[in-house]
Ligand binder design. Sequence first.
Ligand SMILES: C[S@@+](CC[C@H](N)C(=O)[O-])C[C@H]1O[C@@H](n2cnc3c(N)ncnc32)[C@H](O)[C@@H]1O
Length: 266
Amino acid sequence: MSKLHHPISTLFFSHKPFLFVPASSLRNPRNFFNFTTNSTNNHSLVAAAQAQSPIAKKPPNLPGLENVMLEYMFGKKKATEVAHSVWKCVVQKGDAVIDATCGNGYDTLAMLNMVADKSQKGRVYALDLQDVALQNTRSLLDESLDDNERELVELFSTCHSKLEEVIPRNITVRLVAFNLGYLPGGDKTMITKSDTTLLGLEAAERVVAPGGLISLLVYVGHPGGREEFETVQAFASGLAVDKWSCCKLEMLNKPLAPIIVFLFKR
Ligand SMILES: C[S@@+](CC[C@H](N)C(=O)[O-])C[C@H]1O[C@@H](n2cnc3c(N)ncnc32)[C@H](O)[C@@H]1O
């Protein structure tokens, strides 16, 4: 089976979703997302890339993704839940990951739960420009984590365009996540901007390891949001196809809903 005919590829890349799904499969919606069939035929993006990846440690783990994707398409799950589910397929215990826009800390906490284990090797590097965001993240982490887990998160008051200045050199980064726009509950004029987002993406492209992921949620409902999405889309479209697999998920009849973008490094 070619990569483009695999269900996940059909979902992400086809202009006509489900075009390649056999009629018999339509009776069971779970078949749209059957990631765990015959391993010799399993050409999912995650499996293929992890097989080639120097940081691959174990077969792909796809806990709950098929249900989350279906519920997202049926309007029952949020973009953040899709993003977290995809991260879980890529991130492993002990990994280093970067939250490029930590905001209120919910993504940071989700990442920490993906990397933390008794080895104490996992790390989350969380960045934000606003002090209030870093305070909110710190409070959430302090109330949610024990001391050992809390040690695995480092917070930085800096722009994501400078992420290479704060993360340790020569670490293997599995995930860099950008949740763009303004801080929920905060100052709506303090938004991510196209120029620094682009610099942040270029830095993320350099630091993320093969088999890793750059994940973006792009909000287009505020001034500058659509332009920022165009910047993200142009960056993603220009990445070499032999090294990157890039896709977006967009709700067609909810024009202001966040657009999900995944840049998967092969
Ligand atoms: C949508 S919020 C992030 C939400 C967050 N991930 C969470 O789970 O709550 C966007 C955040 O990006 C931050 N931000 C804006 N420009 C930034 C930049 N250049 N570098 C880092 N963070 C930035 C804002 O301060 C804001 O807190």
